[in-house]
Design a protein around this ligand. Structure first.
Ligand SMILES: C=C1C[C@]23C[C@@]1(O)CC[C@H]2[C@@]12CC[C@H](O)[C@@](C)(C(=O)O1)[C@H]2[C@@H]3C(=O)O
Ligand SMILES: O=C(O)CCC(=O)C(=O)O
Ligand SMILES: [Fe+2]
Length: 340
């Protein structure tokens, strides 16, 4: 893992971003497992984010999922709207957040896709669509569990399945989100302006605004169109170079709590830049069952590192999440008072 020092860059819209070499984890590397687990722990402490190569998920499974999603997003708007509330366009959540994105938000247990009234608005072949979603989520869940077990090992947590068993649980509240960002119209340069003066800031739109993911772990795969950015602790934005053959993994709020703040739940966003091609991302959010109690294991709570958060259930956290805006730092609601 190579971590270069950040070099701030000011873009045409005045936003500071930076180039940093982000951590890369090779899951297929034969060798000392403890080296791999330490690498993952370091990436989660430094960034809450890393790229996974050789993840083992069949590229055909990924291609089938992408094709099925594109098949849906290619339908006329009047038809897509019939798949609401699983389908959403521009509105994110229920509290006024908007972005240049349309999406399908599917429950892990397939309750929504299984409901035939919605499924036949998603695909002409609902049972095939169900199969594709289930195959993709099963394979990605396995990768997420492997990563969560490596994390537990690297942290010295005695029960190495402490995190993974939450998302393996049949009652897990995990989600699959298929995001489609249509291409931005090519800007027409204003007359009388030389090309160098041309300000393309209006062509940099927010696809999916800044936020952290509330769950345990997110496994994100996108096509080859750029857009994902992560925020460093000092507020600088790092563009993530797309790699369709890889997964991008980010720590969610629940994992920050369960590691007693050792891992950072990374803030990220998707920006739409000049592209003639649309961007597609598929985000798997590994979540616990609603009744699961979210608390750090004793090994991570010591007199030197006292408990930062009070215990709560995933249902409590989800309720708080949905009562707030996308960019709100909901984790603070559960912080022990002395830490403010
Ligand atoms: C504005 C909102 C959308 C969101 C629920 C929330 O009230 C705040 C968190 C949002 C988020 C971000 C990560 C995931 O995409 C998501 C599914 C989640 O669990 O939390 C979304 C929620 C959503 O779109 O429903
Ligand atoms: O599209 C992306 O790359 C990011 C999407 C995202 O952050 C989300 O769906 O929560
Ligand atoms: Fe996200």
């Amino acid at each position: 893992m190579v971590l270069a020092s950040p070099k701030p860059i000011r873009s045409s819209d005045g936003i500071l971003s930076t180039t940093v070499e982000l951590p890369v984890v090779d899951l297929n590397k034969k060798g000392d497992r403890s080296v791999l687990s330490k690498l993952i722990v370091k990436a989660c402490e430094d960034f809450g984010f890393f790229k996974v190569i050789n993840h083992g998920v069949n590229q055909e499974t990924i291609a089938r999922m992408e094709e099925a999603a594109m098949g849906f997003f290619g339908k006329p708007m009047s038809q897509k709207k019939m798949a609401a509330p699983v389908y959403g366009c521009k509105n994110i959540g229920f509290n006024g957040d908007v972005g240049e994105v349309e999406y399908l938000l599917l429950n892990n247990n397939n309750a929504t896709v299984n409901s035939s009234s919605i499924a036949h608005h998603i695909s002409n072949d609902p049972s095939n669509f169900r199969c594709i979603v289930s195959e993709y989520t099963q394979e990605v869940t396995e990768v997420a569990c492997e990563i969560l077990e490596l994390m537990a090992e690297g942290l010295g947590v005695p029960d190495t399945s402490l995190f993974s068993k939450l998302i393996r649980d049949s009652e897990s509240d995990s989600l699959l989100r298929l995001n489609h960002y249509p291409p931005l119209p090519i800007p027409i340069p204003p007359i009388h302006h030389c090309t160098n003066d041309f300000d393309n800031s209006s062509n940099n739109k927010v696809g999916f605004g800044e936020h952290s993911d509330p769950q345990i772990l997110t496994i994100l795969r996108s096509n080859d169109v750029a857009g994902l950015q992560i925020s460093l602790q000092d507020g600088l934005w790092v563009p993530v170079i797309p790699d369709p053959s890889a997964f991008f993994v980010n720590v969610g709020d629940v994992l920050e709590v369960m590691t007693n703040g050792r891992f950072a739940s990374v803030r990220h966003r998707a920006m739409m830049t000049n592209s003639q091609k649309s961007r597609m991302s598929m985000a798997y959010f590994g979540a616990p069952p609603l009744t699961a109690r979210i608390v750090a294991p004793p090994v991570l709570v010591t007199p030197q590192t006292p408990s930062l958060f009070r215990p709560f259930t995933w249902a409590d956290y989800k309720k708080a999440t949905y009562s707030l805006r996308l960019g709100d730092t909901r984790i603070d609601l559960f912080r022990n008072r002395k830490d403010f």
